[in-house]
Write a protein that binds this ligand. Structure first.
Ligand code: IMP
Ligand code: MG
Length: 180
């Protein structure tokens, strides 16, 4: 089993790039049909969703889509703080638009819930969520996820955009924390 060490912690491979890519392709097929002709604004939540957003957008091939990027953070170390930071850079005209939020992972759900509320407050007509990963056992809020790539157990993971204290985002596969 391939392992990596980031700072003080060991992680072992748990999701191969091929499987992630396949899940993204499947999501893209469904999204294409739903969103055709809607002039959708995709909003990629930085930093974690950058790799997912890039792969998904390449598969989508919508001629009327736009993509923008927003920054926020709610994690410190390996635990969600539950504290939602303000969205930075929400300057697109979103009034009256269909917005699809692109997120790396939904864990407790606090982050995505906060994002949905802020996007709606800016006047979006419709907000949909596309998350690459979902940890249903960690969910603490009621939320409707429109597109989910892969459902995973409630373990801490890194890779494909996700980090442990800023490291690990650059790996193409996903790794799970090894408990010692
Ligand atoms: P939530 O607010 O608890 O749903 O957490 C969402 C955010 O926490 C995600 O956008 C990620 O950036 C981060 N996060 C949640 N779970 C993990 C994980 O297992 N590894 C790395 N980051 C995570
Ligand atoms: Mg994130």
């Amino acid at each position: 089993m391939k392992r990596i060490k980031l700072w003080d912690k060991e992680f072992e491979i748990s999701l191969l790039n091929e499987d992630i890519q396949l899940a993204i392709k499947t999501m893209a097929e469904k999204m294409k049909t739903d969103l055709e002709g809607k002039e959708t604004l995709f909003i990629c939540i930085l930093n974690g969703a950058f790799m997912f957003a890039a792969e998904l957008m390449k598969e989508l091939e919508l001629t009327d889509a736009e993509i923008s990027f927003l920054k926020l953070a709610s994690y410190s170390g390996i635990n969600s703080t539950g504290e939602i930071k303000e969205l930075i850079g929400i300057n697109e005209v979103i009034t009256g638009r269909t917005v699809v939020i692109l997120e790396d992972i939904v864990d407790t759900g606090y982050t995505i819930k906060g994002v949905i509320e802020q996007v709606l407050a800016h006047g979006a007509k419709e907000v949909k969520i596309a998350t690459m990963l979902f940890k249903p056992d960690a969910l603490k809020v009621e939320i409707n996820l429109d597109y989910v790539g892969i459902v995973i157990p409630n373990d801490f993971i890194v890779g494909f955009g996700l980090d442990y204290d800023r490291r690990g985002r650059n790996f193409k596969d996903i790794y799970t924390l090894v408990d010692k």
